[in-house]
Design a protein around this ligand. Structure first.
Ligand code: GAP
Length: 514
């Protein structure tokens, strides 16, 4: 675990050093859990968004996009349940005055027990070597069994308390487990209270009677309240979907792990409207399609898993997460939810407007059921960054840091470099840039040795480096260097465009989904 922490720290500092992610307001010592994307970060992020957007709106005739406002009528959040139920259970330590999420404190306690089990297994593996039967050891070792029983009992008690929304019981678990505040080291805890995660602000001047409005905690409600506008103006027929990418805001208390849990983040959400009774069939279909979308990136199929929800939100009849193996464990990147007709029915009730869909095939009106796919742009960014980062030992004993980004997502697709800064090589290199730049994000670099220039491009994940040398002036060929293999091939300048395009275009990724 310590080694993974170390790697994660390196990834975070790499992200800063190479212009991917900066702490927001850094010169004022930063704003917690808020981040800015730098010159390379914004390109990577835009490419992720483009991949998602095109996969939804180009590959599906029946999915269109919208861009709704962040501010919405406050009653929307009453109808959706966010005003009353979008809460985290919080507990304060009286000595350190630090605030924690009660559920997270308990989850960490469970993780500690799991760590103990893993340590026992690792010790045994070392001791028994080749002949070690891990499955048998886990089943039969008394110490492992004792830890596992402890973990299961705690997990059951915790799940029950969360299910019943029993705040006293959550506190009691913290007391019984003798959980201490990591700052003060004491067990001087307050009661557990519910804390609403929505940010509020005021709209209009106070003299006019200002209205409390919220920064949206999800983009989905903007789709729900527009679904009939889109259906009518776009002459959409069920089943159809509406996609949206936009900012969301949550006043997260435990905001950690870099851009994994932020207070301002971005979501890519798609609501798919279906006939009542057909939702579970569509849920299964979207579950499969979304995993395929992730796997097409080639980050490693073994890094994904589904986590089906046992405990469902009151409005859902099925839900699953797609989890990705981050350096700090498998974590949710995307949620796929069968939200029934809850949201639309609530908006019908609270607005007093009829928002039923008339189904011409059935000759009847109904409130559609909804399958939602909801993925965080920033978490997707983090999963791509973490799985691409490698410190590679080279044959000559040197180490290079390389980002094996999927080529279609890379912020810079190719870098053109004159071998030396004279003899007409820079001019020839510029000529090549001026041709490629219309289709690909292209860098020109003439500073430092060629080796250093290659390393700089490796560090930001540029798939191709093109080197112009004296031979180029004679036969119009260049050296094309491949980022991952570091292989160099001699190619004609006239062939560059096709070669690069075939490997870096989004098109090639999208075709894998067809
Ligand atoms: N409309 C459904 C919805 O918002 P969610 O599971 O709360 O569901 C969906 O969020 C996705 O949004 C998550 O899978 C995650 O990728 C992203 N997300 C949620 N909270 C986040 C946060 N505080 N920071 C970064 N991403 C977040």
């Amino acid at each position: 675990m310590a080694q993974q922490d170390e790697v994660f720290k390196k990834i975070v500092s790499h992200a800063k050093e190479y212009g991917f992610v900066f702490q927001s307001s850094e010169i004022y010592d930063g704003l917690s859990a808020v981040y800015d994307y730098g010159q390379n970060g914004v390109e990577l992020k835009n490419n992720i968004k483009r991949y998602w957007w095109d996969s939804m709106t180009l590959l599906h005739e029946n999915i269109v996009g919208i861009d709704s406002a962040i501010f919405m009528h406050p009653t929307i959040w009453k109808a959706s349940g966010h005003v009353d139920a979008f809460n985290d259970p919080l507990i304060d330590n009286r000595d350190s005055k630090k605030r924690y999420r009660a559920d997270v404190l308990i989850e960490e306690e469970i993780a500690k027990i799991e760590d103990k089990i893993e340590k026992e297994v690792a010790k045994a593996r070392k001791r028994f070597g080749e002949s070690f039967d891990e499955a048998l050891y886990r089943q039969t070792n008394p110490r492992v069994a004792e830890y596992a029983a402890k973990r299961d009992a705690l997990h059951e008690r915790f799940a029950q308390a969360m299910n019943d929304n029993n705040l006293e019981e959550l506190r009691q678990i913290i007391i019984d487990q003798e959980i201490v505040c990591p700052i003060s080291g004491t067990r001087n805890w307050t009661e557990v209270r519910q804390f609403n995660l929505m940010f509020r602000t005021e709209m209009g001047s106070t003299a006019d009677g200002a209205m409390t409005v919220y920064l949206r905690p999800e983009t989905a409600q903007g789709i729900f309240v527009n679904y009939l506008n889109v259906q009518k103006t776009g002459r959409m027929r069920i089943p159809f979907g509406i996609a949206q990418i936009g900012k969301a805001f949550r006043n997260e208390i435990v905001a950690r792990q870099f851009i994994f849990r932020m207070r301002e983040f971005e979501q890519m959400e798609m609501q798919f409207f279906v006939r009542p009774g057909e939702e579970l069939k569509w849920f299964a279909t979207w579950k499969e399609w979304r995993l395929k979308w992730h796997k097409a990136l080639g980050l490693g199929d073994e890094k994904y898993r589904y986590h089906d929800h046992e405990k469902l939100a009151h409005y859902a009849n099925a839900a699953t997460d797609i989890e990705f193996q981050m350096p700090f464990g498998f974590k949710e990147v995307e949620g796929i939810h069968s939200r029934t007709n809850f949201d639309l029915s609530q908006h019908e009730k609270f607005s007093g407007k009829n928002i039923k869909y008339f189904d011409p095939e059935l000759g009847e009106s109904y409130v559609p059921y909804v399958i939602e796919t909801s993925i965080g742009v920033d978490r997707m960014f983090l999963s791509v960054l973490c799985s691409s980062y490698e410190e590679q030992k080279l044959d000559n004993g040197e180490t290079r840091v390389v980002l094996h980004l999927p080529a279609a997502l890379a912020p810079v697709k190719c870098a053109v470099m004159p071998l030396v800064r004279k003899d007409g090589l820079p001019e020839k290199a510029r000529e090549i840039v001026n041709d490629l730049k219309f289709d690909f994000s292209t860098h020109y670099d003439e500073k430092d040795s060629i080796g250093k220039r290659y390393r700089r491009q490796d560090a930001i994940g540029t798939p191709y480096c093109i080197t112009v040398d004296h031979q180029t002036l004679e036969d119009n060929t260049v050296t094309l260097r491949h980022r991952d293999s570091m292989e160099q091939t001699r190619v004609n300048v006239a062939d560059l465009h096709k070669l690069i395009h075939d490997n870096v275009s989004l098109n090639s990724l999208l075709r894998k989904l067809a």
